[in-house]
Design a protein around this ligand. Sequence first.
Ligand code: NAD
Length: 494
Amino acid sequence: MHTLAEWTALAQTLEFRNLAWIDGGFRAAISGDTFPAINPATEELLAEVASCDSADIDAAVVAARRVFKSGEWSRSAPAERKRVLLKLADLMEQHSDEFALLDTLDMGKTINEMVYIDVPDAIDCLRWTAECIDKVYGEIAPTKPSTLGLITRHPIGVVGAITPWNYPLLMAMWKLAPALAAGNSVVLKPSEKASLSCLRLAELARKAGLPDGVLNVVPGFGHTAGKALALHMDVDSLAFTGSTRVAGMLMQYAGQSNLKRVWIEAGGKSPLIVFDDCADIEAAARGAAGAIFSNQGEVCIAGSRLYVQNSIREPFIEALKRFAGKYQPGNPLDPKVKMGPMVDRAQLDTVNRYIQSAIDEGGTIAHGGLADTDGQGFYPRPTIVTDTRPDMTCVREEIFGPVLSVAGFDSEEEVIALANDSIYGLGASIWTDNLSRAHRVAAAIESGMVWVNGWGEGDTTMPFGGVKGSGNGRDKSLHALEKYSELKSVWISL
Ligand code: NAD
């Protein structure tokens, strides 16, 4: 790991790719418009980025369709696609410092998280998925003997991917790796709050041998470029990660256009439940602090609702406050810093509004509180609200910031009802040493993922996704490939 001085020096040497990547080359938005990429730690301008809209999206979709039809990628041997994607993974590894810096500078997460989580996880996702693609087989159905029923998988065509800013490189890779491995062409619209790493990735993909037009990265706003992609009549499927509100809009756009499939990874309000039979209270408190304060709480699976059994409530909250104290916001380029700034001023204001609502609605601020918004950089204060009730705004809504609401409970039945009292169903974390209870509660929680005696554990082998308002699809694992291929049934009369 470099020192702060070394990262700072490296940051000075970075070149930002700020144009759209369409059909194998960089180009400005057809309108000539740009939007600023601001470093949230310093409020300095990093680059003016091409602000694309429907004309640019159209050019990208045309290129994507052309190459898809040519078969150059879509009908290439899976082993060939594997070779190119593995090469891209190697190139990413060679440029890992650069990728780490790009997202840290663009959206404020700590360099530590980039180096140990985002960059290696993105490379692992790409490698793992590439390695799989020449090992998945079709099926032969148990039809009557006079027929042969083949069930085969084919790439869908042009996939539109729309991604958020909280893990800019990693969330994009969760879409790109399976979509590209399966033989599709992709038009990626990254978040306007963090597009720089995806633009660099596209450039490297060409170097790895990806044919022109197979991957296009079109930066721009949601209501312009994103909407145009979602409404496009020649886009076959949409893969989305972002808020539940925008997910609903995308489903409408699909209905208004060509019924493209919409795969959604959306918001969350994940419960973290600590039972009094949990043997290691310190580990649970450390885990709870990490679940809400890592990445500034800008995490879809953030453990934002803590339920702790009343018999251990007071000592647990004391331990939790101790671990919360380790998340002192600071310069995200400093490897010792565990919390950076929020992505922008609007997000910091949102966090402050929720903290104020918690105070107004009767919560107790046990740690942290309202952040000062006058200083340089958009730094939040990690905050713990106790004495919360299920009807409070801070308990019901996704804050997407470092704000934890805490409530007590007495029985297993009661806490399952509390945990499930949410429109969301993404993740859940249970802390207990009772094996039967762990299985019972994991089964009863309405969520796509459950961690027992941990939080956020995940590698590419396990699916990631939610239920209810948290979405319908799964990223990662072999299941992700299902989103990016069509089934075909072929009957052969013998
Ligand atoms: P967002 O919904 O505001 O934006 C996500 C993307 O959608 C961006 O690229 C944005 O430009 C685009 N967009 C916005 N309006 C659009 C429109 N009308 N048409 C088309 N595209 C549009 O979300 P965000 O603020 O970038 O990210 C935070 C959200 O993402 C949180 O809710 C978080 O929980 C969620 N998230 C979910 C997962 C998951 O795997 N479930 C992972 C990370 C983040």
